[in-house]
Design a protein around this ligand. Structure first.
Ligand code: BES
Ligand code: ZN
Ligand code: ZN
Length: 478
């Protein structure tokens, strides 16, 4: 449970208090916190440098069992991310010590959101598949704030972080427990609780409606494909934003089978779908004013006698034909049918897809940055800005028209890869652009940050839930 506390420290007994400490000039704290910071800084070994930690037990003058001081560096360099890191560190430290509750001193309302985010996300543990649960999340995290602080900030920030954690749960789940039907049910169950409108198209309907590209990816799997549409449609909304998320519950590569080293983590290939589903759930909790649609194609990319072969030509939902030159470039094949369908059925003002689309994106930008492509510079800029605010960073990459040449096929309207010549992420985005017409569109490639091999201060190893905080920030501004 997360709550605000404004009573002053003196009244009750506090088990653990955490304080962010700046090197040099201090943060603007209440009187008691200030005196504790002075006490800590008197010690030679603690200056408030980034990463420094100090614990004082039963300091005189306050009823606190232990105070954890964590350095956050110079005040001039302090930003939201250093506060997320601070709060995540404090929570993780308490979890490791086997404690149950924590109180965090918050300098001012300006710093609050980031501290809540770091604490809430740092308290996430995925141990569903462990027989022995070594660590438990903290039962209670309180934030020491000014008396009149608006509770809404806490509620909204927690709602968004719950979205991120829902997405992490979905990503971390192994592929044998999230085959398309199961994955769909997991999403539906959560969406129902938030009273979202839900529509699911399954195998036979998809066939009838001619989702040829989506179905070509699912062909090798024993599990049928799905297309989920979640609809958050508040009264009086003037704009519609459609979000489309890649939901490949496992990407073996198909007949272009992935080699060892690239295949084990491919349970994460539904991270875009998870981000979209979780954003829809959060949108409802946040009471957003804009209509948001979540369009989620779900398939498993497997090999069998029925699998699509390299060289096959398929007809997409749009009617355009595609020569499949590589069955591992499957994400774009499911996205184009979802994009075409969403545009045709719902005519959104803006459509944004999010996907673990290309390894090339990881090569270009690494693990801590997504790529954003758009037909509309203003939309791309807004996404980049939301990325900066949430630290779900995005880099705007170009859609060069002349690179489209590389997607021309000798036998069909298009081929699904650009062939040699590099720029794999750009050609993937250009492929998608062929299916959005004039609709204001952006594509976000999250292949890098969706899944991490090594945890950090407010995210454990595995799924990060990237995209949820980014989208929520973006939608709040629309
Ligand atoms: N799911 C992968 C992309 C990926 C790579 C996601 C690394 C997360 C981490 C995608 O379906 C894929 O296999 N893309 C191919 C495209 C290629 C065949 C043109 C790739 O990037 O190698
Ligand atoms: Zn693939
Ligand atoms: Zn994939």
């Amino acid at each position: 449970m997360l709550q605000f506390k404004s009573k002053g420290l003196g009244k009750g007994k506090t088990e653990t208090l955490a304080i962010p400490v700046c090197e040099g000039k201090d943060l603007p704290f209440d009187k008691i916190t200030k005196s504790l910071v002075t006490m800590a800084k008197r010690l030679k070994e603690f200056k408030g440098e980034t990463g420094e930690e100090l614990i004082l037990y039963n300091p005189v003058g306050v009823k606190v069992n232990r105070v954890i001081f964590i350095g956050v560096g110079k005040l001039e360099k302090l930003n939201a991310e250093s506060l997320r890191v601070f709060a995540g560190k404090a929570v993780k430290k308490c979890i490791k010590m086997g404690l149950g509750e924590l109180l965090i001193s918050c300098p001012s309302e300006l710093h609050l959101e980031a501290i809540i985010e770091g604490a809430c996300l740092g308290n996430y543990i995925f141990d569903k598949y462990k027989s022995e649960k070594k660590y438990s999340p903290l039962k209670s995290i309180s934030f020491l704030v000014e008396p009149d602080t608006d509770e809404k900030l806490l509620e909204q920030t927690v709602a968004i972080c719950e979205g991120t954690m829902f997405a992490r749960d979905l990503v971390n789940m192994p592929s044998n427990d999230k085959k398309p039907e199961q994955f769909t049910n997991l999403i539906i169950d959560t969406a129902k609780k938030e009273h979202l409108q839900i529509k699911v198209l399954c195998g036979s309907e998809l066939k009838k409606k001619k989702f040829g590209s989506l179905l070509s990816v699912a062909a090798g799997s024993n599990s049928d494909a799905r297309l989920i549409v979640l609809d958050y449609n508040p009264k009086g909304s003037k704009k519609t934003v459609a979000l489309v998320g890649k939901g490949v519950t496992f990407d073996s590569g198909g007949i272009n089978l992935k080699p060892t080293g690239h295949i084990e983590d491919m349970k994460c290939d539904m991270s875009g779908a998870a981000a979209v589903a979780a954003t829809l759930v959060a949108a409802s909790k946040l009471d957003l004013k804009v209509r948001v649609l979540g369009v989620i194609p779900v398939v498993e990319n497997m090999i069998s006698g029925n699998a699509t072969r390299p060289g096959d030509i398929i007809t997409s939902y749009s009617g355009k034909t595609i020569e499949i030159l590589n069955t591992d470039a499957e994400g774009r094949l499911i996205l184009i049918d979802a994009l075409s369908y969403a545009i045709k059925e719902y005519k959104p003002d803006t459509i944004i897809d999010i996907a673990t689309l290309t390894g090339a994106c990881v090569v270009a930008l690494g693990m801590k940055m997504s790529a954003v492509f758009s037909s509309d510079d203003t939309l791309a800029q807004s996404i980049v800005k939301s990325g900066e605010k949430t630290d779900e960073r995005c880099w705007h990459l170009p859609l060069f028209d002349d690179y489209k040449e590389r997607l021309k096929s000798d036998f069909a309207d298009l081929k699904n890869i650009g062939g040699p010549g590099g720029a794999g992420s750009i050609t993937a985005a250009l492929f998608l652009s062929e299916f959005v017409g004039d609709t204001r569109w952006a594509h976000i490639d999250i292949a890098g940050p969706a899944y991490i091999e090594k945890g950090h201060d407010y995210c454990g190893v595995g799924g990060t839930g990237v995209g949820v905080r980014l989208f929520c920030n973006l939608l709040k501004g629309i």
